[in-house]
Design a protein around this ligand. Sequence first.
Ligand code: MN
Ligand code: MN
Length: 471
Amino acid sequence: MENEKTRAEAMREQLLYKKKNVFETMEEADVERAGEYAAGYSEYLFRAKTEREAVRISVTMLQRAGYVPYQLGDAVEPGGKYYLANRGKALFAFRIGSEDISKGVRISAAHIDSPRLDLKQHPLFEEEGMGYLKTHYYGGIRKYHWPTIPLALHGVVTKQGGETIEVNIGEDAGDPVFVITDLLPHLGKAQGAKPLDKAFAGEGLNLLIGASPLLDEDGTPVAGEDRVKLNMMRILNEKYGIVESDFMTAELCAVPAGRPVDIGLDRCMIGAYGHDDKVCAYPALTALIDSDDSAHTVICVLADKEETGSDGATGMQSALLTDLIGELCKVLGANAALTRSNSMCLSADVNAAYDPLYSEVFEKRNAAMINSGVVLSKYTGSGGKYSTNDASAEYVGKIRDMFTRDNVLWQTAELGKIDEGGGGTVAKYIANENIDTVDLGVPVLSMHAPFEVISKLDLYETYKAFLAFCK
Ligand code: MN
Ligand code: MN
């Protein structure tokens, strides 16, 4: 009897797969290191709410690590560390390896844009003594998430003549914040009877920015219409030197105000705006910086516009990655097509963490669990695997061996039940360039909400995964 049980146990261990929890595999020193790493990440996240801010703080980190600006066509040398910021909104950081580049480059790609409320080009209006800014949401939001939370204004305004100024209101101590109002429950009966996706309209997401009119020298409100609007414009003009027509040449957006915070009595999670996808961008970038000894040429791409389909000059569908590899090959005397065909990519994006409160949309056996490590997704897409990069068994096998070698805790997952929905990443655009690519990332609770949740230990395993990949 006892022998049989032992045999069954041994067979079970040998033949069956069991998903592990990171607390079963991680050493105590690593848990501590993960906590420190998470603190650095939280600071990065607070300073990188928009893609422009993410590029800026990432460039600062790269410069500190000895990376220098690069332009297409520049000479490069083995061991050299370079970065190319594309229009201030996307970033390519790379280190030239000692081995022949035509053996392939290692690419990690994440995105640094997050769902938010962009301002329209004519945003400012006044209604019954209150001043508002009209918004046009960017990316996949659930509109009901955005009313009644403190919002900050971030972005840039290009003035007549070409000067571009930075706007940031709502993040510094003592700054005012803005809000989208909602109905009181006492009058919300009809609204409450509507389906969730119909109860709030895009045109209803207007930002309340003030409620006082412009005053004359004697302290009384000026005569005429639009007195509040005029006062809002006066304040903006005093602070930033802008006039109303400058909104037409601006990129301003409302994002959730405030810092990332620890979640839970055990503080093992982080709640914040913008984990998707800075929670992958940060490990990809820091792994590049921390893996100086790699023989491979490693490129870290931080892309813009993923949340709206990766189109445009700063999105992953832009020609720049291919151009960059082409230019590097040219100056290093290698064949670019061969180099791409030998290259490998980790497309780093978040995955949906299994949420027991919403178990009905998940397929538990193939869902990402919090604290079970970095998630590898062979394919994403929707329905019959439409619109996806489906990585080959051989390539996934290579990545698996790297993770095993370096004790990276990883799991595999699909995003929800097959017919429930789905989603894509930048993976297919890179794979289309004849580069082996697979999706990898951190499980997120409440993905795309103004306040998303991740586990610090999953974040750390993702960092370890990128370190293994850079080796
Ligand atoms: Mn994403
Ligand atoms: Mn997303």
